[in-house]
Each structure stands twice: as C-alpha cells, then as structure tokens.
Design a protein around this ligand. Sequence first.
Ligand code: SF4
Length: 140
Amino acid sequence: MINDKKVLIIPCSGIGKPIGTVSRETTYEIIENLSKGKAETVCLALLTSQDKETMDKVKDNYVITLDGCAKHCAKKNTEQCGKIPDKNYMILKFAAANPDKKPLGIIEIGKSGNALVKTITDTIVKDVNSLLENKQYAEK
Ligand code: SF4
C-alpha cells in the first residue's frame, strides 16, 4: 500500500568536486523527473544549522543520503538531527564499481558522468518505491 510520506534525497554539498556535482545531479534527476511527486530534497545547510522546519521534515519522512566521499557529511548531519537515514550511498563506491563512467569536470560532468548518474538513479529509484511501499529489505 502506498503511504503519504515522501522520500527525501539529501546530497552532500561537495562543492568543488566532480563527485559533489554527481551527487546533486543525481538528486535533481530523481526529484524532478524519475520520482517526481514521491521524492523531494532539503538544503543540507539548513539541516546543519538545525532549522526546525527542516528537521521536522526530515524526521517525518524517509531519508536517503547521498555522499560524495567517506566523510559522509550528509549522513552525519542527518544523524545529528536524530534521524538515521533509511539508506546511505557514496558516489565514490559507484564510481569505483564503474570505472568507465567517470565525471569529467566540476561544472560539466560530461557523457560518462551522466552515465554514472543514470546508474545511481536506477538504484535509488528502486529504493524510493520500496520505501513508499513499506517493503522490508536488507541494508547495504
Ligand atoms: S561527503 Fe565528501 S564530497 Fe561530500 S561534502 Fe563531505 S567532504 Fe565533500
């Protein structure tokens, strides 16, 4: 049964790094196209500064954090607000598993970077649907 919660995709800021751009592009593709109406995002800076409205939204919905690297800024800041993300992904892991899909730059990730975004969105869109259908599945 579909419930009325949304899935919040929270990317790290990752400014100045191609993996940060991939993180944000992945988020936009999901919330604006692939899972429009099911998924939204929040500003990580508002979460970091413990903005009450943002914290309430995070606590009341499912959360998938999307970090560029092992510092896990999105995951850590979400957890500091008292919410354990339902799923957490790291772009570097996807990049390592797909060496032919490398983001080319910070502003323009290019065709191969877009291919990486597609690989990641394929995984996350399945998670969005599973969470909204309350399916049980093992943590990765
Ligand atoms: S997780 Fe890594 S890439 Fe993302 S904001 Fe933190 S340090 Fe930057």
